[in-house]
Design a protein around this ligand. Structure first.
Ligand code: ZLS
Ligand code: CA
Ligand code: ZN
Length: 397
């Protein structure tokens, strides 16, 4: 293929352990690890494996996960099975399992699943530290809600926090950016007391018609971390609350303006980008109206700052569109342009064919699903950006 040569000395690595695919949260659960099978199939079908280094990382160990998580929590997580689980047990509920929503079910191979996706994020971080890669990708990671002793919102182990902790061994300032439709609360909380990590999350924020806040209910514009002036972490979080139905042009402008200002002011030496695909139009859980190329614009914008970049997955609940997006973003990283017509020789091609499934092309119009009216006026977004710039004055030297 033409246009796929990698620039001299510029290197992208892809960290993926295929065993992650075989885990199931339960048939009605929106999180489908097999979306990663679809992603890998598209990446291979377009020949992108020839443009980057492929790694098959080992699972992380208990001790590696204990760099962030409490050992009591990890002991519970490593021992619990659907057979021995006691749903009324104090520990079970206190650690975030089951409960009314059952967002975090106990399923077969749970420990294996969490150690695989975490091992891949850590392996990717090591590649950046060794200068083996300029961009390291792990689409199986990005589980941004997990806390040190609590499972939350489909996330059990926070692979992002673990990877950032590794980057901090060599980098004085790490910027974390999160374009998942949900607030990256777990990463923000983990680093609330340090000025060596700045967290920036774009997300849906607000109360719905039934009075329920959009999950996890945090991340308003005025939430900037601790307020104690003695806390080193004060002002080192920026949250961008967005309403339903934001479109491509509005999101691209918002992202470019705010992210650019943060990078200019904070001057990070490494960047971690969580690319949750639930911010796409038509997502089962999301509320935004983004097309694949607008989502990919965020990756391209960050990549162009030329800092070591860890690119990780996250949410995304319409598997065929998750695969399209992450394949496109892999291509953005290696500097390739992809044909809109999907290669026909891929397994699972039927998942992408037919009008309902995006018509056999890579870039279907996701905006035409029109599931959410756009409640974001340009005036509201201008005001939001002004407030964000005001918040950034806290980190001026
Ligand atoms: O960011 O909204 C919630 C929590 C509830 C508790 C009460 N019940 C009735 C409603 C839900 C407030 N949870 C969210 C979690 C979203 C996590 C996003 C993760 C990420 O993308 C990163 C990976 C939520 N939204 C939708 C569901 N949960 C949900 C939908 C359908 C089901 C099936 C399985 C389980 C129970 C039935 C479930 C959860
Ligand atoms: Ca987010
Ligand atoms: Zn999400």
């Amino acid at each position: 293929e033409y246009g796929m040569e990698k620039p001299q000395g510029y290197s992208v690595s892809f960290h993926y352990n295929p065993h992650v695919e075989y885990h199931h949260f339960g048939s009605s659960h929106p999180m489908k690890p097999w979306r990663l099978t679809l992603t890998k199939q598209l990446v291979l079908a377009y020949g992108l494996e020839y443009c980057m280094e492929l790694y098959e990382p080992r699972p992380a160990t208990f001790d590696e996960l204990a760099i962030f998580h409490d050992r009591e929590y990890l002991s519970f997580l490593s021992n619990v099975t659907p057979q021995n689980a006691k749903p009324d047990d104090n520990a079970y509920l206190a650690f975030g399992f089951g409960g009314d929503s059952n967002d975090c079910p106990v399923f077969d191979g749970l420990w294996n699943y969490v150690s695989i996706y975490s091992g891949a994020s850590m392996n990717a971080a090591y590649n950046l530290l060794n200068k083996q890669s300029d961009v390291a990708i792990n689409w199986s990671g990005g589980l941004h809600h997990a806390k040190k002793n609590l499972a939350s919102g489909f996330c059990y182990i926070n692979d992002i926090v673990l990877a950032i902790q590794l980057l901090l061994t060599q980098h004085q300032r790490v910027l974390y950016i999160d374009i998942d439709v949900h607030h990256g609360d777990g990463v923000e909380a983990a680093f609330e007391s340090t000025d060596r990590v700045f967290t920036l999350s774009y997300h849906k924020f607000g109360i719905d018609r039934n009075g329920y806040p959009f999950f996890p209910g945090t991340g308003n514009i005025n939430e900037m971390g601790p307020t104690d002036p003695a806390n080193r972490g004060k002002g080192h979080s920026l949250n961008i609350p967005i309403d339903d139905g934001i479109d491509d042009d509005q999101y691209k402008w918002l992202f470019k303006t705010v992210t650019g200002a943060v990078i200019d002011k904070y001057n990070p030496t490494a960047i971690v980008l969580q690319s949750g695909a639930d911010s796409l139009g038509g997502d089962r859980l999301g509320r935004f109206n983004l097309n694949i190329k607008a989502h990919g614009f965020c990756i391209e914008t960050v990549k162009n700052y030329g800092r070591p970049l860890l690119l990780i997955g996250g949410g995304g609940y319409t598997p065929r569109n998750v695969a399209r997006t992450w394949c496109h973003e892999t291509a953005v990283c290696v500097g390739a342009e992809l044909h809109n017509n999907l290669p026909t020789h891929i397994p699972y091609i039927q998942a992408f064919q037919g009008a309902e499934n995006g018509g056999g092309i890579l870039y279907p119009d996701l905006h035409n699903t029109k599931r959410h009216d756009n409640l974001n006026t340009d005036a509201k977004l201008n005001k939001l950006v002004a407030q964000a710039m005001e918040n950034l004055r806290y980190i001026e030297g």
